[in-house]
Design a protein around this ligand. Structure first.
Ligand SMILES: C[S@@+](CC[C@H](N)C(=O)[O-])C[C@H]1O[C@@H](n2cnc3c(N)ncnc32)[C@H](O)[C@@H]1O
Length: 194
């Protein structure tokens, strides 16, 4: 099944697939020179995109989102394409990856995207409605890294594998959590109030 039919039930903006197509073309070109992501073929890219965007079917609507360690765009850039009314901050310290994200923002005219070329712990304190991250570090460390960017209303949403069950045992006591399982993914939603 192709990406478009897999995403049929999601309420995505009209220009989502056009933008995703342009993103894929640019990423494929840049990846040949810079090794931005391990997703080298179209099928793997489509799997990464589906994995990134599927949660819009159940996540709450928010005004602001920060993605820690966006790399070549997963999940933050894909979420930004799906949620044009959400201000999305992509935090990525590696110059070549941050440059690629900045290029995509400019080429696709994404007014809702800000790219911050820093480690998240070097960013000035700023609170977000939701904080996402995929394949950066474990849940405990992500909670630590994000401590200057959340308050009691902030939700944390991490893209995890089966290790999530061990990781949530380590999570601080005043947090509630839900694990949403799909075939290949354990999505972890955390917050002081869910
Ligand atoms: C394995 S890559 C994953 C990239 C992307 N999230 C994905 O799933 O394809 C981890 C990324 O996190 C970034 N990173 C590592 N430590 C970070 C930190 N303290 N703050 C922000 N980004 C960080 C790295 O530069 C790298 O691009």
């Amino acid at each position: 099944m192709n990406l478009q039919s897999k995403l049929q039930e999601l309420q995505l903006p009209d220009n989502f697939f056009t933008n995703v197509q342009k993103y894929k073309e640019h990423l494929t070109k840049w990846n040949k020179i810079h090794n931005l992501t391990g997703a080298k073929d179209e099928q793997t890219l489509d799997e990464f995109i589906f994995d990134a965007v599927y949660p819009v079917s159940f996540l709450p609507k928010v005004n602001s989102l920060m993605d820690i360690g966006t790399g070549a765009g997963f999940p933050g850039m894909i979420l930004a394409l799906a949620l044009p009314d959400t201000q999305v901050t992509l935090v990525e310290p590696l110059a070549k990856r941050a440059s690629f994200l900045q290029f995509i923002k400019a080429d696709l005219g994404l007014d809702n995207v800000r790219v911050v070329k820093k480690r998240v712990e070097e960013m000035e304190s700023e609170v977000f409605d939701i904080i996402t991250s995929r394949a950066v570090t474990d849940t405990k460390m992500l909670l630590n890294l994000s401590k200057n960017h959340r308050d009691a209303h902030t939700k944390l949403f991490f893209y995890k594998g089966e290790k999530v069950f061990d990781e949530v045992n380590d999570v601080v006591e005043n947090m509630q959590y839900k694990i949403i399982e799909t075939q290949n993914r354990h999505y972890l939603l955390l917050g002081e109030q869910l």
